[in-house]
Design a protein around this ligand. Structure first.
Ligand SMILES: CC(C)(COP(=O)(O)OP(=O)(O)OC[C@H]1O[C@@H](n2cnc3c(N)ncnc32)[C@H](O)[C@@H]1OP(=O)(O)O)[C@@H](O)C(=O)NCCC(=O)NCCS
Length: 187
């Protein structure tokens, strides 16, 4: 089934819900398009089974899975395990909505600081993470064995603050189509 995006932003049409086994076929299809070494179904199933320390979500538009995110909680630290968007749905705010939702879930679970690894050459993801306040703190050399690429380790600290709640709200507001502006043409 082909569902085409109707407008640039997915605000109002993207639904975020817990990832379930039935989503895995779509998740794996995205995984294979966006990573040189995609995760397997077995790995996702193992992650989904660890309910006390994990939270995996999917973003759907109608029947389509267009992106997904995964969080691991270790005490006061949350690790963003994955964040991926179908190439046909990128640059419409899907990752922003998934990551804001992940951060809110993390806060509810007592997380104060978030961290992640990102490919040194992955400028788009690093730009996204910077918007969420993540800053680089170091490199893990040859972290991605299949390509020998380094990982940049990024952290955002003190997400359990009003400032950070407002930052998330601002990021989500920025996705709302500006009615009547040139970004929302009528023809
Ligand atoms: C990185 C990724 C998750 C972003 O998803 P997305 O839904 O397109 O992101 P959003 O639309 O929410 O973009 C938010 C911001 O991120 C940055 N960004 C996203 N894609 C970008 C790109 N191709 N080039 C530059 N900046 C980009 C921009 O700052 C963007 O804001 P803007 O559109 O107002 O300029 C997506 O490109 C992806 O799945 N990539 C492959 C998998 C991956 O690398 N995941 C991260 C692993 S650590």
């Amino acid at each position: 089934m082909s569902v085409k995006p109707q407008s640039r932003s997915v605000v109002g049409v993207l639904k975020i819900s817990p990832m379930q086994r039935r989503h895995l076929r779509s998740v794996l299809a995205i995984e294979q398009q966006v990573y040189p070494r995609p995760w397997s179904a077995t790995l996702f199933l193992s992650e989904l089974s660890q309910r006390s320390t994990r939270s995996y979500t999917v973003g759907t538009v109608g029947p389509l899975v267009v992106g997904y995110a995964g969080l691991m909680v270790v005490g006061e630290e949350g690790h963003v395990n994955t964040l991926s968007v179908d190439p046909g749905w990128q640059r419409r705010g899907v990752a922003t909505m998934l990551l804001a939702d992940l951060a809110r879930t993390a806060m509810k679970r007592g997380v104060r600081h978030l961290t992640l690894e990102v490919r040194a050459g992955n400028g788009p993801a690093q730009a996204l993470y910077r918007k969420f306040g993540f800053g680089p703190v170091g490199l893990r050399r040859n972290y991605y064995s299949e390509t020998g690429e380094d990982a940049v380790v990024m952290w955002v600290r003190d997400i359990d603050t009003q400032d950070y709640v407002e930052r998330l709200a601002g990021l989500l507001r920025s996705l709302e189509p500006a009615r009547g502006s040139r970004r929302d043409p009528k023809s």
